[in-house]
Design a protein around this ligand. Structure first.
Ligand SMILES: Cc1cc2nc3c(=O)[nH]c(=O)nc-3n(C[C@H](O)[C@H](O)[C@H](O)COP(=O)(O)OP(=O)(O)OC[C@H]3O[C@@H](n4cnc5c(N)ncnc54)[C@H](O)[C@@H]3O)c2cc1C
Length: 393
């Protein structure tokens, strides 16, 4: 079967469903395709920051399981402190619920959604499904996530990244269950290139660890130990799942003619926090804008999308890369600042709530920015050397 559309969106995660929503809302004829049967789960903490919530034209109340106002930070599994904020910082959901809900919103706007439909190959105007059906489109949004096929099909290199492993612990039967209500837990300083987390859900807590790719083989044992230090039974975590977190290099391709890479398919995860839902949503919106210009005959390809990501998202990723490199070289000052400085804690909460940005934070450093830049450059070089060494070992 062959059919033509204004736009085809491959992948119904937050990035793809947002692009499909905006395109359909503007009157475009849109097909949203996913290889999984919905509702489907995905390895993810399911934490949605307020900065991401604010991007959406609808609220996520129907799929919200917890509202977070507090961070409980632990350093090297020893001492910990808790900070509370006077406003919501994030909501906790489960991806099976969130992604089905977001795909439904796109359908409400008029998008056609086909799940259980894997894309097998793609060229610049035609998407071919595993069952042989073909769909032609004037614009294609590749929102097929960390292990998608579109980058590969267009001959683009795989994105480097981090790795993470997570599992679930029942709340009621665990001694730690009651500890997690409106707080998330962060374990800092013990995972090279990453951190551990406890994210509370309605009837369970999601416990996870992420870090440099070389940490992959150790993650299982480390996760069990970490969960135990949080008073969960580390040996009985259920639904253990590992996954790759793709991270963009500054020159990674965002567009190929009429194809735009969105969210994880473009490596837009924040390298400092591992948070990717916000940039998946925002890049889906920017891709839809560029596609609408293409459909209106105001552009001949999707390069406007690349320009907008470079202007709006990449500067944030650049500062996040610097902060990540510095943090992993020397986590102690960050943790001390977070613990003792109200200004730093407030700045962090304002970024989490989308009231400020990394670039604004960096510009407030004044003359100290020169030293921070220099230290970050050294730390980034060291991290790149370590990653190369680990990859070749
Ligand atoms: C362990 C872990 C924990 C995380 N925790 C958080 C968190 O708490 N908060 C946060 O903000 N971010 C978190 N992230 C990152 C976040 O999960 C991603 O950044 C986010 O899901 C990206 O959304 P997306 O729409 O780009 O892609 P995805 O959500 O990955 O969606 C891609 C979709 O494409 C579909 N697809 C793939 N291949 C094909 C194909 N060939 N044909 C058709 N469909 C296809 C998939 O089935 C999938 O539904 C976490 C990541 C990991 C690995």
């Amino acid at each position: 079967m062959a059919r033509s559309w204004d736009a085809v969106v491959v992948g119904a995660g937050p990035g793809g469903s947002t692009a499909a929503y905006d395109l359909a809302a503007a009157g475009a004829d849109v097909l949203l395709i996913d290889r999984a049967s919905f509702p489907r789960d995905k390895p993810c903490g399911g934490g949605v920051l307020v900065s991401a919530l604010k991007l959406l034209p609808y609220d996520l109340d129907p799929v919200t399981e917890r509202t977070i106002t507090s961070f409980r930070v632990r350093y090297k599994r020893t001492w910990e402190f808790e900070h509370r904020y006077h406003e919501t910082l994030a909501i906790m959901t489960q991806r099976s619920r969130l992604d089905a809900y977001m795909a439904e919103r796109a359908v409400d706007m008029g998008a056609e959604f086909r799940d259980a439909s894997a894309v097998r190959s793609i060229d610049d105007a035609t998407v071919t499904l595993a069952n042989g059906d073909t769909h032609e489109a004037q614009a294609i949004m590749a929102a097929d996530g960390a292990n998608g096929v579109v980058r590969q099909a267009l001959g683009l290199p795989r994105l480097r990244g981090a790795v993470a492993l997570e599992g679930n612990a029942g709340r009621e039967e665990q001694p730690a269950g009651a500890r997690w209500d409106d707080a998330v837990g962060l374990e800092l300083g013990s995972m090279p290139g990453g951190y551990g987390w406890v994210f509370p859900k309605g009837d369970h807590c999601n416990v996870g660890l992420g870090g440099f790719p070389a940490a992959g083989p150790t993650l299982r044992g480390e996760l069990s130990r970490y969960a135990s230090t949080e008073s969960f039974d580390g040996g009985s975590l259920t639904q253990l799942r590992g996954h790759h977190l793709p991270l963009r290099d500054p020159d990674s391709a965002l567009v190929r003619d009429r194809v735009a890479f969105v969210g994880d398919a473009a490596g837009l995860i924040d390298p400092l926090s591992g948070e990717g839902i916000g940039n998946a949503i925002r890049s889906g919106q920017l891709a839809a804008e560029a596609a609408l210009e293409l459909l209106a005959g105001e552009a001949s390809d999707m390069s406007a999308y690349r320009d907008r990501v470079e202007e709006e998202i990449e500067p944030e990723l650049r500062v996040a890369r610097q902060l990540q490199a510095l943090f992993h070289q020397c986590p102690w000052p960050y943790v001390q600042l977070l613990r003792h400085s109200d200004r730093f804690w407030t700045a962090f909460c304002r970024i989490v709530r989308g009231e400020s940005t990394y670039t604004q934070f960096q510009s407030r450093l004044g003359p100290a920015k020169v030293f921070v830049d220099a230290a970050a450059a050294v730390a980034e070089r060291r991290a790149r050397r370590a990653a190369k060494w680990q990859a070749s070992a």
